[in-house]
Design a binder for this molecule. Structure first.
Ligand SMILES: [Zn+2]
Ligand SMILES: [Zn+2]
Length: 284
């Protein structure tokens, strides 16, 4: 069971980020700002997404966009249906949107070239190319003017384009898909292991830690490790592995782990410091 913090109108947070799900069975990150919202990816069923948005008071017309990182179904399963029902545009580059909008339903679209900034209501969104086995995959940096949130999953390797969003965001949702030893020794067929380990597959715990270690600054940042494999990773191993590596580098940032198939972490920045509401901890 998920408990959502209650707020009166006056104390409603200006920004709130919720992980609705993150993993191979569905990905969706909700970013709310002053009673408007965007979704990054819509990989749950339309029905499930609508229920989760409704529980959070979001009605048709209150989403400024549904951003798509790439066309894989764990990121797009409910995209068209949610766009229609929520009266929200699908936002993505043409290679991705052309692979998602296939049913002929009347879906609004906001198309951009990767790297071109897009304004969606109060949200300034920029995209960076990422290395993954999809048509034209991207990661996003969402800027509300107060805070920046980066969503970077499905990364086959650490590329230079990741440095700017990871270093400038207050909250970074970053893939830590697998523990390499578990993957290599585990039950996946060889072709799948090769795909995941390739430069266009998924990021390991160690790669994720190295990327965080490259960019850490003096200002507080929160990292959510996301898109964990059910078979090839554990929450404990991901978090302890990343923290151990970073301790060796002399840094200890806030590192938390998303749940795969249910709403888990919520991040709200209060006026003076970053505050965390850790819903998922109840289930650990
Ligand atoms: Zn993917
Ligand atoms: Zn994925």
């Amino acid at each position: 069971m998920c408990i959502v913090p209650e707020h009166t109108e006056e104390e409603y947070p200006t920004l709130r980020v919720t992980c609705l799900a993150s993993g191979s069975s569905g990905n969706s990150i909700l970013v709310e700002y002053n009673h408007r919202a965007i979704l990054v990816d819509a990989g749950l069923s339309t029905r499930k997404l609508l229920a989760l948005l409704g529980e959070r008071g979001l009605r048709p017309g209150s989403l400024d966009g549904i951003l798509l990182t790439h066309e894989h179904t764990d990121h797009t399963r409910g995209a068209e249906g949610a766009a229609v029902r929520m009266e929200a545009p699908l936002v993505g580059n043409p290679p991705t949107l052309d692979r998602v909008c296939l049913t002929g339903r009347a879906v609004q679209q906001v198309r951009f070239s990767t790297g071109e900034p897009v304004t969606l209501g109060s949200f300034e969104v920029s995209s960076v190319p990422v290395s993954h086995d999809a048509a034209s995959p991207v990661g996003y940096l969402v800027d509300t003017g107060d805070m920046r949130v980066a969503v970077l999953t499905d990364l086959g390797s650490v590329t230079p384009e990741l440095i700017e969003p990871v270093s400038s965001a207050d909250l970074v949702v970053l893939e830590a898909n697998h523990e390499t030893r578990r993957l290599i020794e585990g039950p996946y067929p060889q072709h799948l292991k090769r795909r995941i380990l390739s430069d266009r597959g998924h990021l390991s715990n160690r790669q994720s830690a190295e990327l965080i270690g490259m960019v850490l600054r003096s200002r507080p940042q929160t990292f959510w490790l996301a898109h964990l494999s059910r078979t090839n990773n554990t929450k404990r191993e991901a978090r302890s592995g990343v923290l151990r590596y970073l301790a060796g580098e002399g840094v200890a940032p806030e590192v938390l782990i998303t749940d795969r198939d249910r709403p888990s972490l919520v991040w709200e920045p209060p006026s003076d410091d970053v505050q965390l509401s850790l819903l998922g901890s109840m289930s650990r």
